[in-house]
Design a protein around this ligand. Structure first.
Ligand SMILES: [Zn+2]
Length: 801
């Protein structure tokens, strides 16, 4: 009866889910899928746990002790899990995480889910059966009697059940172990960390070895979606741009050793292989450490300054069975997405080090700065996306299953069939960053043209909800960025859906891989109060075609300020033009909350925007607040003049690469002296305001207009890296606003008066006159400044006397 009751749960849950969908006007029901999703993973575990609990209770025959054992077991599993012991053979009842993708279905997870379900259910039924053998009914609990009754039950079927359960436990456990530990590597995260530490200690001393720089990549990529495999190979040309000759080549390859994914899990990484690596000059392999992704070669003849080297490489990914956790889903049956990290690079890759201070400490490694200091001259030597290349030429041929389309940066030059497989050649007609990706899936392509630029969205046929938003954002962004920053570099802008194994969108040249989860399986309702995410993300990624793919910062503090920060600001600007000021305010308010939350969770140090160390809450959230506030002070025209000048000087340049100082210099040029303090506050220091309106009173005048008497408080504070603040004197221009009747969707009401007032006192009293009846008034009502209590900035206007 209990099992039956539990079994109805998923049906009820699926049904409830569908009712909710119907209520929202969504009609693409997939009842079988919902049932599968609920029942494949959770249901067997619930049944298993109930069985285990019943078994334990029966065995100990004492309610309290039984509860205690079950609770202790739960505490133990989560303690083990937090220590990095996550093997599912001893984590009974703990679900193995999986991701269902509309694009790729169950993907590689189903076999593991089935084996684990069988193992868990059989294991727990075994305990339940043992419990049944000793279960006491009534009060006749003598030991002799219990044993006799147990023997009777064993003969009458319980023995058979116990035997069957044991067989299933052994069989499924064996299959699981074979997959997780033999075909793949199960590694506890601490062991994986020790591996990365050993790599750092061994190879960091070689970080200064002069290495050639990649200048041209010609890649061939073959996908075999049906077996989740891929091979890639090609020639790559590199040039020695150092004054010193290169005698030792440090080749960095994707590492096949397990690596830490987060604080608790490590990847298996098996299935990665290097098939060949040859050079067009004599070289001896002097050190071979493929698991750590390092090979060192000594050239017979050193590579002199200006000389070039051609490298032919071939790599392969061929997964075997299933791992315990952390599946590599870069190659999928439908929806592969592999980026340039699979292609060899040169030199020590600092990015592979353990970064988190706590994790470094538990491995006896000194804490390390997140990034090079802003003014360290070494920052300008490399861009922050690659340390072994600047701007490269790119040509990729990619072949895949006959029913799939494969895409890479560049323009389609040729499409053909080869051995029954579909091939595409993409060539980029101008140098790009050494940062590219290739994708393959069964796509429908939605195309539009906008002023000579081809807009293309590659998506699952059913995923069409967000296409209008994506296309609109593309057009709006191309128009605005093209007119105000610099011309768009390409004749095409492509958005390509990938499965929700990751939840981001990422900008490569003319190519935007875009997770189904943040755009495609999500629908914006007409009149929806929420921010149109698909529109915003599309505008943000498009902005990266300028902020990253035209101007890229050096590898140090501050550089993400003008890739992520300006992309966020640019997207906000086009969104405001399309959806209006209210939408922008709503967005900024969310950004403010995000920034304040982010700094509350900072574990190392908060830095001013100019010094940002790739901290999302600073470069995204604070970035959009700061750039929006700056535009508000200096005006859109001056803002765009500065951005245009910055691009004009630095587009497609480097090394030396620009830093945040170069952007700030452009802002200084267009900012009047009276507002120079704003640049310091916004970029070079951490600044807060505590603005609060105490009272707003209005009286109608004989001429029909209204007198408004406003009293507000203002404080200005500076923060340090540890989150402490101190008050500083204020002589700042801040908005004062008075608003009338509110229409639907407005937070404040129709603006009757908004002007900047110079505030020099902690308490300010203002008398203002407006034409219509005021309803709400206050200081910095739009929350343009960073204020830790933004809600008290405006207040309802009361009738005065
Ligand atoms: Zn971005």
């Amino acid at each position: 009866a209990v099992v039956l009751a539990i079994a109805t749960l998923p049906v009820a849950a699926s049904f409830a889910g569908m009712l909710m969908q119907a209520a929202q006007g969504y009609t693409r029901f997939q009842p079988l899928l919902y049932l599968q999703l609920v029942s494949a993973d959770t249901l067997p575990l619930i049944i298993a746990l109930v069985a285990m609990a019943m078994g334990v209770h029966a065995i100990v025959n004492q309610k309290f002790v039984g509860h205690l054992i079950i609770i202790s077991y739960w505490v133990l599993t989560s303690v083990l899990s937090n220590l990095g012991f996550n093997h599912h053979l001893y984590q009974i009842g703990v679900p193995g995480s999986f991701t269902y993708s509309d694009l790729n279905g169950w993907g590689p997870y189903l076999p593991r889910t089935i084996v684990l379900a069988a193992y868990n259910v059989a294991f727990c039924f075994l305990i339940a059966t043992l419990g049944y053998l000793v279960l006491v009914r009534g009060t006749s609990a003598g030991w002799t009697e219990r044993r006799r009754e147990g023997m009777r039950r064993w003969r009458h079927g319980a023995g058979l059940v116990a035997g069957a359960c044991t067989a299933v436990v052994l069989l499924s456990g064996g299959v699981y172990f074979h997959n997780a530990n033999i075909l793949n590597a199960y590694t506890e995260v601490r062991d994986a960390e020790r591996g990365v530490k050993a790599w750092e200690l061994e190879y960091k001393p070689l970080a200064e070895l002069p290495q050639p720089r990649i200048v041209a990549v010609t890649l061939r990529h073959d996908y075999y979606p049906e077996r989740r495999a891929a091979v890639w190979y090609g020639p790559m040309r590199a040039v020695n741009r150092n004054a010193l000759p290169v005698d030792t080549l440090f080749v960095s390859l994707p590492s096949s050793a397990p690596s830490p994914v987060d604080r608790w899990t490590a990847t298996s990484n098996t299935g990665l292989a290097l098939d060949s690596l040859v050079f067009d000059r004599a070289a001896t392999l002097i050190h071979d450490d493929l698991p750590n992704g390092v090979r060192l070669y000594r050239f017979a003849e050193p590579l002199a300054q200006g000389e070039s080297l051609t490298v032919h490489f071939a790599g392969r990914f061929e997964p075997r069975g299933f791992p315990n956790d952390a599946f590599n889903n870069d190659v999928a049956a439908n929806g592969s997405f592999m980026n340039s990290q699979y292609v060899p690079g040169f030199g020590y890759q600092e990015g592979g080090e353990l970064g988190d201070d706590d994790i470094r400490q538990r491995n006896d490694l000194a804490p390390k700065p997140r990034m090079k200091a802003l003014d360290d001259p070494a920052v300008r030597e490399n861009n922050y996306s690659s340390s072994d290349a600047d701007w490269i030429t790119f040509d990729e041929t990619t072949c895949t299953a006959p029913d799939q389309i494969s895409i890479a940066p560049g323009y389609l030059k040729r499409e053909w069939t080869e051995n029954g497989r579909r091939c595409f050649q993409y060539v980029m007609d101008r140098p790009i960053l050494s940062f590219y990706a290739t994708l393959s899936a069964r796509y429908t392509v939605t195309r539009e043209e906008h002023n000579g630029i081809a807009l293309e969205v590659y998506h699952l046929p059913e995923h069409s909800f967000a296409l209008p938003s994506m296309l609109q954002a593309s057009k709006d962004g191309l128009d605005y960025y093209g007119a105000n920053f610099s011309p768009y570099l390409y004749r095409q802008y492509r958005i390509i859906e990938f499965p929700q194994y990751a939840g981001f969108a990422q900008a490569f040249p003319n190519t935007i891989p875009y997770s189904e989860s943040i755009g495609f399986i999500y629908r914006q309702e007409e009149g929806d109060d929420k921010i149109d995410l698909a529109y915003f993300v599309t505008a943000h990624e498009l902005a990266h075609q300028w902020w990253a793919h035209q101007v890229i910062g050096g590898n140090g503090q501050g550089s993400t300020m003008f890739s992520e920060g300006l992309a966020e600001y640019s997207a906000l600007t086009v969104m405001e033009k399309r959806y209006g000021r209210e939408a922008a305010q709503k967005f900024l308010r969310r950004e403010l909350d995000g920034y304040l939350r982010g700094r509350g969770n900072e574990r190392k140090k908060e830095v001013p925007l100019l010094y940002v160390e790739n901290q999302p809450y600073i470069h995204y959230q604070k970035g959009s607040l700061v750039f929006y506030a700056l535009r508000d002070y200096i005006g859109e025209e001056q803002m765009n003049r500065a951005l245009r000048a910055f691009i004009g000087k630095w587009a497609l340049q480097g090394p030396p690469y620009p830093t945040g100082r170069d952007l700030l210099a452009e802002f200084e040029r267009v900012t009047p002296d009276s507002l120079k303090y704003v640049l310091t506050d916004l970029f070079e220091e951490i600044t807060f305001y505590e603005n609060k309106t105490d009272s707003a009173r209005a009286t109608k005048r004989p001429d029909g207009r209204w007198d408004v008497h406003l009293v507000f408080n203002s404080r200005k504070l500076k923060g340090d890296s540890l989150g402490n603040t101190r008050e500083v004197p204020m002589a700042d221009y801040v908005d004062v606003g008075i608003f009338g009747e509110r229409v639907a969707g407005q937070k404040l009401g129709a603006p009757l008066l908004v002007e900047k007032v110079r505030i020099t006192q902690p308490v300010t009293t203002l008398d203002l006159v407006v034409d219509a009846e005021p309803k709400r008034a206050g200081i910095d009502p739009y929350n343009k400044l960073i204020d830790r209590t933004p809600e008290d900035n405006s207040t309802a206007v009361e009738a005065g006397s």
